[in-house]
Design a protein around this ligand. Sequence first.
Ligand code: B12
Ligand code: SF4
Length: 547
Amino acid sequence: MAAQTRVMLIGSPLTGSLKAGITNTKVPLGLAYLGAVLEEADFSVRILDCLADYHIVQRVSDDTYRVGTSAIGIEQELKVFRPDVVGINCSYSMYEQDSFDVARIVKKIFPETLVVFGGAHSSASPESVLANKDVDVIVHGEAEYTFREIVQTFAKNKKKSALNKIEGTILLDAKGKVKKNEERPFIWSLDELPMPARHLLPMEKYLKHPLNDVGIGKGPATDMITSRGCPQKCSFCSIFTVWKRVWRTRSAKLVVDEMEHLVKEYGVKHIRIQDDNFSLDTKRVADICDDIVARGLDFKWDTPNGIAIWTLDEPLLKKMAKSGYHRASFGIETGCKKTMDQYIHKPIDYDHCKKIITACKKLGIFTVSTFLIGFPDETKEDIQETIDFANDSGLDFSLFYVAQPYAGTPLYDKFKKEGLLRGNQQSNLINPTYDTHHFTGEELQKMQVKAQKNFIRRKIRSMTNPFYSLPWLFYHLRDTNNLHFITKMAKNFLSFKHISFFNKSHIEEYAYDMPDKEQPEQEELTVIQPAKEKNNSEEKISLNVLK
Ligand code: B12
Ligand code: SF4
């Protein structure tokens, strides 16, 4: 009986500014984990990741684009599969409406189909999500077992009311009030979970995405997760709304099994570990590195979502480098001690940071860190401390952003309490619109762009100094992968693409044409420029940054 129940998991299209990276499609690991567990339970599963149709970009208004499968395309998929249950990913606060749009399509065609929402935003803002009448139930936090139980229960009696008591769910009670059921305990050993069901996804599309190999040497690259959660308390970070402040892992052996699978099955040459805190257990990291070397696996890896710099030391970095660690992305976030103590709370010692950055350089590991400016009461001097630290740190690259108050975070509460929210909707990391006590959103954005440009200018200048560049090249040019990476980066520097990335007026510069065979066939799926600007012409647009 279970095998007849059809479950469709949908990653919605995204509508927003192209500068926010909405064409930057990556494997939706959350949906793939859910799919794997449902398949194990013998349900018929289909994943529709609308963003895998990243070549379908429709201009909605001046600076707003919709990326992904068209509404008609989604309808067609639904009509073919005829799902009993649809799970819709709603991870991003700023793209909540996109998930609602998908739910509306589902209910329009199949009013009896159960619509389940999940993901970071659904967990952080259940009231906002359940205010939409097309959403039947939310899974709060980790969803594999909760979602499986929802499907099992619904498969038996097809009644929404039967879901009332399922652990880990949030739904409306008979009076229309938001009812949060008991929380489901975490899956303590992630080894219990199967590998994510990548076979349900169009892996070729992700591997061939024009931006897939940005920031790495040789591709193709793909993503994986080896742990869940993070115990830190950064005020701007919303991951605790899904994972709380606990940290759980897959064992080193299973991590390397998955890496081996990616290398052998998909020909992957680079793996991005998307963990929030990969290195909390340094013994596990060392074991993973040793096992990669022992199995003779030939790939590079990095940790683009950040590696906790305070957990690193030179012996561990040596093992990491030996096993193919390509680039360390740190989240140092601020160079201002006051901001660190008030908003970030990471155990960061700036001297240790500089030591680790130097050690990375000597081992041929590239370094980058994110920096945030624009916390509610940061002054110009505070922000300057961050800029100065980034410039003097020895990092190969720094990325500056304006801090964003995501729903559910302490930073959001602070913005709200101090009357700084003012209903700003379109704010994101690249196009911030929130004002603080000292600056407007526009001023902060200007400071961000300036800091970024200055960092790059200084870097280019230091690369023309042989006392800096020759040792740097000596350490980094140890393998062909690094040579490949440096050549790519040099091309970008010379074409100044990195600078334009932060400049709103340059979007069109990055237009690229997808290969003809990738172009959509139906009229509804083409990219449409507004008549006033493009003289009624149709045109293919997409974004190509730091390629
Ligand atoms: C990798 C990643 C990305 C990747 C790819 C995302 C992808 N395809 O999944 C990229 C780099 C593209 C990305 C981009 C952005 N990201 Co991101 N990303 C992540 C990250 C680090 C890991 C996601 C992941 O794979 N997790 C592992 C899987 C197993 O977990 P999961 O996806 O949460 O899924 C589980 C549950 O949430 C739930 N679940 C998820 N979906 C569904 C659906 C249903 C139906 C159900 C029932 C359950 C469910 O079940 C899963 C299994 O338990 C998370 C942080 C995190 N640790 O989760 C941030 C995170 C999701 N990103 C975030 C943000 C803000 C963004 C951006 C908006 C940043 C920006 N540019 O401004 C963009 C938006 C997307 C875009 N393309 O522009 C925020 C979201 C916060 C919020 N409330 O909005 C997070 C939580 C990070 C944070 N520190 O706050 N991101
Ligand atoms: S260390 Fe990273 S993942 Fe952990 S709370 Fe801070 S920002 Fe979030």
